[in-house]
Design a protein around this ligand. Structure first.
Ligand SMILES: [Fe+2]
Length: 199
């Protein structure tokens, strides 16, 4: 199967699987992460067609049946494996994409994961979309979706979002993250000041 045909079928699978997700983890998030991943790959000097294909497929599939929504830790990898087997995609490449999908999550940070450049790039792309102006909007959308409080949202910045800049793996990821991090710091600073008017 041609790479472009496989990528089109993969996008269709993901669009359908994520149709019911809230706007913090919807198809637009996937499109931005895929675009960021391609940008980072180019900036990192990756020209190998197979590597670029693994990165693009990993980015498109990185949140499919995510445990935050599916409630299952294995549904994501199982869905990806099953889909690629039906497409007769080579086993070695299936393993590489599944490796990205299984290890991209922030929850896996600190686990003894062997780093690959393909995983590093998708991780950085996903984390860049979690910070900056987009990150603020997504955090608030997810907080609302989960019916959590404003205080919970602010905690999420301290617990995760402010740490992401320091966890970037690629040089271009670090550059993207730096400006976005600063936007979040000044936003939360202002939000805290405005919240002081609560009685
Ligand atoms: Fe994501």
């Amino acid at each position: 199967m041609k790479s472009s045909t496989l990528i089109r079928s993969t996008k269709k699978l993901v669009k359908e699987a994520m149709a019911g997700y809230d706007a913090s983890h919807d198809w637009n998030h996937v499109k931005r992460v895929t675009s960021l991943a391609k940008n980072i790959a180019q900036a990192e000097g990756i020209t190998n067609k197979d590597q670029l294909e693994i990165i693009e497929l990993g980015a498109i599939l990185h949140d499919v049946k995510d445990s935050k929504y599916s409630g299952s830790e294995t549904a994501s990898a199982e869905t990806v494996r099953q889909f690629f087997l039906e497409q007769h995609y080579p086993q070695e490449k299936i393993d590489q994409v599944v490796y990205i999908v299984e290890n991209v999550s922030f929850r896996k940070e600190g686990c003894a994961t062997t780093s690959t450049i393909e995983l590093d790039i998708v991780k950085d792309a996903d984390r860049i979309d979690a910070i900056g102006a987009i990150g603020i909007a997504r955090c608030m959308l997810f907080t609302g979706h989960k019916k959590r409080t404003m205080a919970n949202a602010i905690d999420h910045f301290d617990e995760k979002l402010f740490r992401l800049k320091h966890l970037m793996r690629t040089e271009s990821g670090k550059k993207f993250a730096s400006a976005r991090h600063d936007v979040m710091v000044s936003y939360i600073d202002q939000l805290r000041k405005e919240l002081e008017f609560e009685v």
